[in-house]
Design a protein around this ligand. Structure first.
Ligand code: NAD
Length: 363
């Protein structure tokens, strides 16, 4: 029986080639933004300077000390710069770390954020913030951090190297897949997630093959938007918790960890959610009867993404502690997921096993 709550999030999304250059000034007018704080990482600074040329007069200041996972001291510096230039809005140009820095300013100031994403992280359409202190990452939801306007321009993602595009895109796929069983999942988030999977699984292989192919870039970016949108409402589950714990405790790279863990978490959980295993596999374009976890592993390997946690710096001796940390924080999950299943999942992801084989040996 259908029984759900759906709350649409108020983000204006503009998606077009050259949208930043041609449409951003009118979007700033609509918001009444006159004194922008530009937030950008050093690597994207040259691109950002070129993009803001048509409205340089509205840039009141810039914050460029972006760091992964937004350390609290960086958030404080960024807030101080926003106050010192009397900013009335924040313009973020970059990946999830840059968007996260803009969100950290909005969290305490309430300043509106205009986000221009350059990766497939999807943070720009979620009300989720993250801050790191003493090696521990804390996340939370707050409507103030949800960007008011997001401008997607596929041209800005062409410079994202193939390997980074692949893992960033697999991070987006993780948002889509967990949206099927997240705590706020509903029929609308599942539809959005399904279309996100289709777009990403079409776009990513073409991006990796030909990084300058703008149609492929547009498909992947469209999928990333859908992924973030589904995730923003549905929330996340075991997979995101595993990645969060591994990233925080062992400093593993964010997108790569998602890419490796996703097939295993999917093989474990998807079969426990009626209809989802086949729905995900079909959206991925896999032959009928393929398990969703195996279809994801095949896509990951086609994209040349890493497939084992041991390849990205996790030591075998760390597995027992990692298992305990995940089990302590694991959210309620469809299916029977306890300590033995988490241990088997981590071990399989560490070795890089075929996902469905491990999931069945757990059963
Ligand atoms: P990132 O922002 O750290 O960027 C990764 C690298 O890509 C950086 O070196 C950056 O300089 C480079 N880069 C970015 N755009 C580029 C481009 N177009 N061309 C060339 N290089 C480019 O990483 P990310 O994967 O985008 O974001 C990860 C962060 O986002 C994590 O902290 C994660 O927790 C967070 N995140 C948050 C949410 C949320 O809802 N709050 C959702 C997803 C991710």
């Amino acid at each position: 029986m259908l029984d759900f709550v759906y709350a649409a999030l108020p983000v204006k999304v503009v998606f077009a080639k050259r949208a930043v250059r041609e449409r951003l000034p009118e979007l700033l007018d609509e918001l009444g933004a006159q004194r922008l704080l530009l937030v950008v990482s050093p690597a994207e600074q040259a691109l950002a300077c070129e993009l803001v040329t048509p409205f340089t007069g509205r840039i009141a200041g810039a914050f460029t000390e972006v760091r992964p996972h937004v350390p609290v001291e960086v958030a404080e510096q960024a807030r101080a710069v926003a106050a010192s230039v009397d900013a009335d809005a924040i313009l973020s140009i970059g990946g999830g770390s840059t968007t996260g820095t803009a969100k950290a300013i909005a969290l305490t100031t309430g300043l509106p954020v205009i986000a221009v994403p350059t990766t497939y992280a999807g943070s720009e359409v979620t009300p989720v913030w993250g801050l790191t202190e003493n090696g521990r990452k804390t996340t939370g939801r707050d409507p103030r951090v949800l960007p008011r306007v997001v401008v997607y321009d596929p041209e800005l993602t062409v410079s994202l190297p193939a390997q980074l595009s692949a893992v960033s895109g697999l991070n987006a796929l993780a948002h889509c897949i967990e949206a099927f069983w997240g705590p706020g999942a509903n029929p609308v988030t599942s539809l959005i997630a399904e279309e996100g999977i289709r777009a990403l699984s079409r776009g990513l292989p073409a991006v990796v093959e030909q990084p300058a192919d703008l149609d492929a870039r547009a498909q992947a970016l469209y999928g990333a938007w859908l992924a973030g949108t589904a995730f923003a409402t549905a929330g996340s589950g075991l997979h995101h918790k595993v990645c969060h714990v591994l990233g925080g405790a062992y400093d593993l790279p964010h997108a790569e960890t998602h890419a490796i863990v996703l097939p295993h978490a999917t093989a474990l959980v998807a079969p426990a959610v009626p209809g989802v295993n086949a729905r995900v596999a079909t959206a991925l374009g896999a032959p009928s009867g393929t398990d969703a976890g195996d279809a994801l592993a095949a896509l990951s390997s086609d994209l040349g993404a890493p497939t084992a946690l041991r390849e990205i710096g996790l030591e075998e001796a760390q597995l027992p502690e990692a298992t305990r940390l995940v089990a302590e924080q694991a959210p309620a999950q469809p299916g029977d997921v306890g300590l033995p299943e988490i241990e088997a999942l981590l071990r399989a992801a560490w070795r890089g096993d075929r996902p469905s084989t491990t999931a069945r040996s757990n059963a």
